[in-house]
Write a protein that binds this ligand. Sequence first.
Ligand code: ADP
Ligand code: MG
Length: 439
Amino acid sequence: MKKSLIELKNVSKSFRLESGTDLRVLHSVSLGVGEDEIVAILGPSGSGKSTCLRIMSGLIPASDGEVLCRQQPLDGVNPDVAMVFQSFALFPWETVYTNIALPLASLSLSLSDTKARVKKVIDLVGLEGYEEAYPRELSGGMKQRVGVARALVMERPVLFLDEPFSSLDILTADTLRAEMVKIFLDKKTATRSMVLVTHNIEETVSMARRILIMGTNPGHIRREIINDLPYPRDESTTGFRRMVQQVYASITEALMPDAPAPAEASTALARATPKEPPIETLPNVQMVEMIGLLEAVGDRGGRADIFELAHETGKEFGRTLYLVKAAELLDLVETPKQTVILTDLGGHFVAGDINIRKRMLHELFGLLRIVQMASNLLRKSENLRIPIEELAERVGEWLPTENPHQIVEALVSWGRFAEYFGYNDDAKELYLDVGQETT
Ligand code: ADP
Ligand code: MG
């Protein structure tokens, strides 16, 4: 048995929602991270992968169960962990050098020690010559190198990688994957283990020794697959293809117990889920907050870099992304790469007064397939209303890989705002808002 660095024992996690209900996100998750291994957590979006990382890094507490760091209960932030984010999370107004040096500020190192540490990681990730560049001057791949360097400079034994390559193009992602494996194998850094969160099967097979497959509702670990292919791994070998097939098959089995085995392996987990006909999932955000984001884009001439938008509005990047997704779903913005652009509709919306906005939201919300399906259910019900739990059950059938309570939560809050649905708090029932008081 490898020396245990981090362990979760029967960890469950719930979040209290604005409606007062608890959203169960993780159920009895047990997993360990040992020395000298790369562990991958593979699961669909919303299955609680990032929540697992946050709990292991001590950023949020578990609701139940134990969190151990080197076999001792974890108290506060885990001192062994450094994190690399999908969003890069760089400060746009700071240079590459400063972005990497910033986390060292808390260690009160001498200036020369700081410089030595930053130089070492800059060389390691291939950023020589870019020290004085600003993030906006860098490609996505180079930005993520800064993200990696900033984590490595902390010299901590465990590196958490939360979907680190999913916003990069395929070639860049491949290169960076290979470089991360090399950093792991070479042992020139303090990094002894990595935990990779992803929904990309090939990524887990090329990097991880253990692959934990997560299921949803609430998030839990369905299976562990040991991948002992020798490093560095070569995608073109039969062993690699076979392992991809094996992971793919377990996921398909986990999601659709009766599905026939696939003929051809797919790269993305999303493709393992039948999306016919497509029903949108709703990000769980407030309309008011989404409108605030649209206004912020409007203030910037109808076009903004999503990353800068997050910083300038003081919102967490993930939160900003959800708000953008919500606006995109309603056709109010488009998002080529990392840019958010108001559509014609979006421009009209931002320029409009409250009445125009309400009317537009009502129309656009009504165009969503999931809204139409919910409306049909309501129309077919006896008294034009349905208990919220029943709706959640149906949503769970429509979107088997999503958390139905979260979607229902969004349906209710968006629906109320758009004056499309009404919600009776006492009876916990949803009804069609037909412009008159029906309660
Ligand atoms: P993943 O990383 O697998 O996509 P997450 O761990 O980010 O999933 O989220 C799992 C679920 O928990 C999602 O439904 C998400 O909306 C919800 N969630 C995460 N953080 C919070 C929070 N702070 N408050 C409420 N719900 C949350
Ligand atoms: Mg995540």
